[in-house]
Design a protein around this ligand. Structure first.
Ligand SMILES: O[B-]1(O)OCc2ccc(NC(=S)NCc3ccccc3)cc21
Ligand SMILES: [Zn+2]
Length: 258
């Protein structure tokens, strides 16, 4: 595919993320800026219950605009429940969004603060829907945990992924993604969408308040050495794979903490 880049505010925007790429009639698009003081503490929000089985990890691969780590979601082995969720949701994959430099990269922002990268753990409602493909089309189909990455200490868990990246498709034996989620239980939650095609409004977002720390090398060598192209095409570094902020419209962001 010919990679033409549209320039928006001096930043290269990958075709899929042209702004204002919007869904006609979209009322709950993602990502958004989370205005901390406008978020509403909801005392009825439960703690999020995360139980992942590390042996459900299948492989890591590069799908042309991010790298994903995929899990066996044929049974309820790696699941989340509680929090804002009515049902139990199965882990399908996780992936990252990042920027060409550390000044930008995350999809969501907090009080307009941008992080260098953001992790998305994608889960689907296998209680109600028979397949992921169907869940993607439904308002309560997906639940995504968003975790901000900030520059700081070396992260051992992320390093395992970094070491696996050079191989386009790397078989994992075990990997426990909960090592990438901060132990602080605080989160914001709101009703949103996928930030990549099909951009469907099917995501209950659970954005962790605390970021995880990763060091400069890990961000540089992990994310910025990946390529958008497939074999034979002119190499383009895979960076800036984040979608522009979308209007909040008639939504409130709830917080699990005061
Ligand atoms: O906006 B996100 O990047 O963060 C949250 C999130 C969740 C899912 C995706 N996309 C997926 S799983 N597409 C594959 C697929 C899509 C539709 C049918 C089959 C298969 C992207 C994002
Ligand atoms: Zn994502």
């Amino acid at each position: 595919m010919e990679h033409h880049f549209d320039w928006v505010k001096g930043k290269k925007m990958h075709p899929l993320w042209q702004s204002p790429l919007s869904i006609p009639g979209g009322t709950r698009q993602s990502p958004i800026n989370i205005q901390w003081r406008d978020s509403i503490y909801d005392p009825f929000l439960k703690p999020l219950k995360i139980s992942y089985d590390p042996t459900t990890c299948l492989h890591i691969w590069n799908n042309g605009y991010s790298f994903l780590v995929e899990f066996d979601d044929s049974a309820d082995r790696s699941v989340i429940t509680g929090g804002p969720l009515e049902n139990q949701y199965r882990l399908k994959q996780f992936h990252f969004h990042w920027g060409a430099i550390n000044e930008w990269g995350s999809e969501h922002t907090v009080d307009s603060k941008v992080y260098p990268a953001e992790l998305h753990l994608v889960h689907w409602n296998a209680v109600v829907y028979p397949t992921f493909e169907e869940a993607v089309m439904e308002g309560n189909g997906l639940a995504v945990i968003g975790v901000f990455l900030k520059l700081g200490e070396h992260h051992e868990g992320l390093q395992m992924l970094v070491d696996a990246l050079p191989a386009v498709k790397h078989k994992f034996d075990v990997f426990d993604p909960s090592c990438l989620i901060p132990s602080c239980p605080d989160y914001w939650t709101y009703a949103g969408s996928l930030t990549t095609p099909p951009l469907t409004e099917s995501v209950t977002w659970i954005i962790k308040k605390k970021p995880i720390e990763v060091d400069e090398n890990q961000v540089n060598f992990a994310f910025r050495m990946l390529l958008f192209t497939s074999d034979g095409e002119e190499e383009k570094r895979m960076v800036d794979n984040f979608r522009p902020l979308q209007p909040l419209m008639n939504r409130t962001v709830r917080s699990s903490f005061q």
